[in-house]
Design a protein around this ligand. Structure first.
Ligand SMILES: [Zn+2]
Ligand SMILES: [Zn+2]
Length: 347
């Protein structure tokens, strides 16, 4: 099969993925499923993998390369193991990014992301920047009638990650409250639509890219700011003291130490983007009673909920498709923010 493989890590991101012919995965356990990839979202995590940020966790003994990335996958079931009952070849599916075990206590609680034995295709196992990839039955959600893999693939990770943060935020956001969304890229634009459906808060979208600002307005943000040097004062003026909830989809490049300063007293900052280091004086935590915490991808049931919102036309993925052969162009365009929403790779 055709696949795009990473041959070396490079903090400067100057390496190219190599498009080549490699053996397709085969069923090796009764719960496994081979998926013919319909589309695979390109994620900032893929850039961080290339940079070597994930190497200590994902590849501590230098045994992984050459490697197929791609963890935001949707497609059609190609082959199934002997115990698989809920999907059959030909079914259109979206793949929860984690292959969970289903039997550990976290899985029984429905906390898929805490699974003791979770495996992550595209983050340690070969993923979906290829014609086929392998996952397990428990990770699959059959697509609703009329939904095609290309339209939803990034929902598998970018989508649920934004949805989980939005759902948590919505519980703290009655009508009249303010929510600030930092970064209107592949995740932020899903968060805006999800917040619209889940709560009555006023939404402030913050992004320095004009294209992202237009998208934010189209998706119903009440206020769109360009994140200039006066951002904190500007936002406090608009909100009368700060946002009730801030969701930071950037988490690096200095934004990580601006996000929590946008909160009002008692506010909560949900950090989703990563790469930077947050430094908060303990006095600020105490005096303003602010909370700062992370949000990790999302559970299987959250992906089911998001796919229902999508099938009802309420939350849609804005994307630019690229052929697998053009994946290096897609990566370059992503780095330089030449598209809005998500880049999607089509084998
Ligand atoms: Zn991702
Ligand atoms: Zn488990």
């Amino acid at each position: 099969m055709k696949a795009a493989r990473l041959y070396e890590y490079d903090p400067g991101m100057n390496v190219q993925l190599v498009i080549e012919d490699i053996p397709a995965p085969t069923i090796a356990a009764p719960d496994e499923v081979i998926v013919r990839v319909g589309a695979a979202g390109l994620c900032r995590t893929d850039l961080h993998i290339i940079e070597g940020v994930w190497k200590p966790i994902m590849d501590p003994h230098n045994t992984l390369l050459p490697y197929v990335m791609g963890h935001e996958n949707a497609g059609w079931v190609e082959d199934v193991g002997s115990n698989v009952r809920t999907v059959k070849p030909g079914d259109a599916v979206i793949c929860h990014p984690l292959r969970t075990c289903g039997v550990c206590l976290s899985c029984h609680h429905g906390h898929d992301m805490y699974c003791d034995h979770g495996l992550f295709p595209g983050l340690g196992l070969d993923g979906g920047f290829a014609e086929y990839f392998k996952t397990n039955e428990r990770s699959l959600i059959r697509l609703n009638t009329g939904i095609v893999p290309l339209d939803v693939a990034p929902m598998a990770d970018a989508g649920i990650t934004a949805y989980r943060a939005a759902k948590r935020a919505a519980k703290m956001l009655p009508p009249g409250s303010w929510c600030a969304v930092l970064g209107v890229g592949g995740l932020g634009h899903i968060a805006l639509q999800s917040l619209r459906e889940l709560c009555g808060a006023r939404l402030i979208a913050i992004d320095r890219e004009p294209g992202a600002q237009v998208l934010a307005r189209d998706l119903g943000a009440d206020v769109v700011l360009d994140g200039g040097p006066n951002l904190i004062a500007e936002l406090k003026e608009i909100t009368g003291g700060g946002a009730h909830v801030v969701i930071d989809f950037v988490g690096e490049l200095g934004v990580e130490n601006i996000c929590w300063k946008l909160l009002r007293k008692g506010g909560e900052c949900i950090v989703v983007g990563y790469g930077g280091r947050i430094e908060v004086p303990t006095l600020d935590l105490v005096a303003n009673e602010i909370k700062i915490g992370g949000s990790l991808v999302g559970d299987y049931t959250e992906l089911v909920e998001l796919m229902e919102l999508n099938s009802d036309g309420k939350v849609k993925m804005h994307y630019t498709p690229y052929k697998l052969d053009d994946i290096n162009t897609a990566i370059d365009d992503f780095k330089n923010r030449r598209f809005t929403g998500r880049g999607v790779i089509v084998p």
